[in-house]
Design a protein around this ligand. Structure first.
Ligand code: OGA
Ligand code: NI
Length: 352
């Protein structure tokens, strides 16, 4: 990172992390073998659906094992990411994100107006990805975004594309389980993603930090996605806000697992039956840390609103409809620089 004003990384006292670990029950670990192995029984899928349903309801976060994604893909991508970020700032800036496309490298992102102690590289899962040109609701112009790829290490493009394909398969499977757990038909969500999804993947690099009690790698936030699949290395850092008592719970890295969290879009689709849960990433003095979230997003023109099957007279819609792409664009623009005002949040779409 460049010589920077450290003050802008300092969190408000109520957001500063506690460095002592609370040994608490962790997030649920769910074995996906009923949908990834050959000999599957309907009763096993039924049990899995129930397990997913209660994890979504009680936590909004869970870990998955036996997910079918080869371990080598994650290893290769973490390795490539490490090589990329180990370069000089000057070399990394050759593939900087700019106004023409939000894909690329950048080292100053703000979460709720406090700077994150991290560096990042974003890629769109589909090329090109169609997006609204502006956040103006009345402007219907659309732009095409393409990716920047690092020049080093050389095989980056292949590694990331292979990884994205596997993430997409896993995301569709998880969405089926989530749909069934809500009493919907398995493919209920597919239509929103099949054409024009705006999913993207992010390489997060958290350098060691000499004041980990004051700063955060990523400040507390909820993901705007439908769901997020997170890979992390063996260094701890991710914390999840437990719904029952608002306590921050550390997520222990397990080498072959993925961490799944629900995003704002599922919260709206399910009319608050499932909530998008707040999380953050801590940094530490000694070790660098790498993580790779895959954010699964529908097509930009998807009108996100509570699903009609899940509303009725007793349970009327809690949100007004919004366009997926406009909301995401708004947040992407805002996180890019300090705004000195509150960012748009999903609760801003809440009906009184
Ligand atoms: C994110 C995020 C957590 C982590 O990038 O949205 O929540 O552990 N990252 O890196
Ligand atoms: Ni997140």
């Amino acid at each position: 990172m460049e010589e920077v004003d450290h003050q802008e990384f300092v969190q408000e006292p109520q957001h500063r992390p506690s460095l002592s670990t609370i040994e608490a029950q962790g997030i649920p670990v769910i074995d996906l073998s009923p949908i990834t192995s050959n000999n599957t029984s309907p009763s096993a899928i039924d049990a899995l659906t129930k397990e997913i349903g209660s994890a979504c309801k009680e936590w909004g976060f869970f870990q998955v094992t036996n997910h079918g994604v080869p371990l080598s893909l994650k290893r290769n991508l973490l390795e490539a990411s490490k090589k990329f970020f180990s370069q000089s700032l000057e070399d990394k800036k050759k593939v900087s994100r700019d106004e023409s496309s939000p894909s690329g490298y950048y080292e100053s992102e703000y979460t709720k107006d406090v700077r994150d102690w991290k560096e990042v590289f974003d890629f769109f899962a589909k090329e090109p990805t169609l997006f609204p040109a502006t956040i103006d609701e009345h402007n219907h112009r659309v732009v095409q975004w393409t990716n920047k790829y690092p020049h080093y290490p050389p095989a980056f493009r292949d590694i990331i594309q292979e990884y994205i394909e596997e993430m997409e398969k896993l995301a569709y499977k998880l969405m089926e389980l989530i749909a069934m757990s809500l009493g919907l038909e398995a493919k209920r969500f597919e239509r929103f993603f099949i054409r024009g999804q705006t999913s993207f993947i992010r390489l997060n690099y958290y350098p060691p930090c000499s004041f980990p009690h004051l700063a955060l790698g990523v400040g507390p936030h909820k993901d705007e996605s439908a769901l997020t699949i997170l890979a992390q290395d063996e260094v701890e850092g991710l914390e999840v806000k437990r719904k029952t008592n608002q306590e921050w719970i550390r997520v222990k890295p397990k080498s072959n697992d993925y961490i799944i969290n629900l995003g704002d879009i599922i919260q709206v689709w399910s009319n608050d039956r499932y909530e998008s849960v707040e999380h953050r990433a801590m940094v530490n003095c000694e070790s660098e840390r790498f993580s790779i979230p895959y954010f699964f997003f529908p097509a930009h023109d998807t009108e996100v609103k509570p699903l009609e099957e899940l509303i009725n007279d007793q349970n009327p819609p809690k949100y007004r409809p919004y366009k997926s792409g406009k909301f995401l664009l708004y947040r992407m623009i805002n996180d890019f620089k300090k705004q000195n005002k509150d960012n748009l949040q999903i609760h801003d779409y809440k009906l009184a």
